[in-house]
Ligand binder design. Sequence first.
Ligand SMILES: C[S@@+](CC[C@H](N)C(=O)[O-])C[C@H]1O[C@@H](n2cnc3c(N)ncnc32)[C@H](O)[C@@H]1O
Length: 263
Amino acid sequence: MIHPTIRRVVRRIRQLAKRAGHWRLRWVLTNFDAQHQGVEYAYETITRHRAYAPWANDKDFFAVYKIARLHTLVGVERCYELWDLIHNLSSLKGAVIEVGVWRGGTGAILASALARTRPTETIYLCDTFRGVPKAGRHDSLYRGGEHSDTSIAHVSGLLKSLSVSNAVLVEGVLPDQTGSQIPPGPISLCHIDVDVYESARDIVAWVDDRVPPGGILVFDDYGFSSCVGVTRLVNEIRETGRWFSIYNLNGHAVLIKRPPDPG
Ligand SMILES: C[S@@+](CC[C@H](N)C(=O)[O-])C[C@H]1O[C@@H](n2cnc3c(N)ncnc32)[C@H](O)[C@@H]1O
């Protein structure tokens, strides 16, 4: 471990290097900082620039988002990606699951998109509604119990206000307490927004066999330094080679199930 003052100086130089556009120096210092803190994953502030924003003139999305945004921690670019992925999956059969609902914002967006594209399909919105369980040694910020400031009634109210009727709310730890409440059958998309390693690992182990080729796992927390356990888990899954993986700079990791090996 290096002295905190040296670390502060390195950070300051890194900020100045960023401002001045010295990318090489910035990367060298980020790497130095990460290595001397003994962390495995480096994080940087990604420069924001003017970028294509398809959500800005998508009236159908906006009609949902303008309400859902008051009930979510997730930024518009990731909310729009969930909306868009459901539209892209319209020909794949299978339920949708969200684990990590909190006050229901992203769940409402997924449910609304699903109702438009596959009206007979169900979305299961799973949460303890008592805060994050299973925080452990792989997690950087979470200690357990965060995000308990919600309730089933709150989420039901949100869904009702959007006239969404295809969602089933499932209360308890998934899969340990509630896995058996989800009827058997394929799962076309699972949105995992649970913040910590063990919880995400157990959900993936439970859902894996039920995701058909072309089905998708979306990890909300992959890109965030507050959720380093999820970064670790997704990198472990990527190493198995069983999923196509898309690293999105909006923070998401998107994994798409590969077809079985013909050999
Ligand atoms: C960051 S919040 C979800 C945010 C939400 N998607 C949004 O739109 O803002 C994380 C949630 O995951 C839930 N959670 C974590 N692990 C879980 C598990 N194994 N089963 C059920 N809920 C879980 C916590 O209770 C918490 O409400």
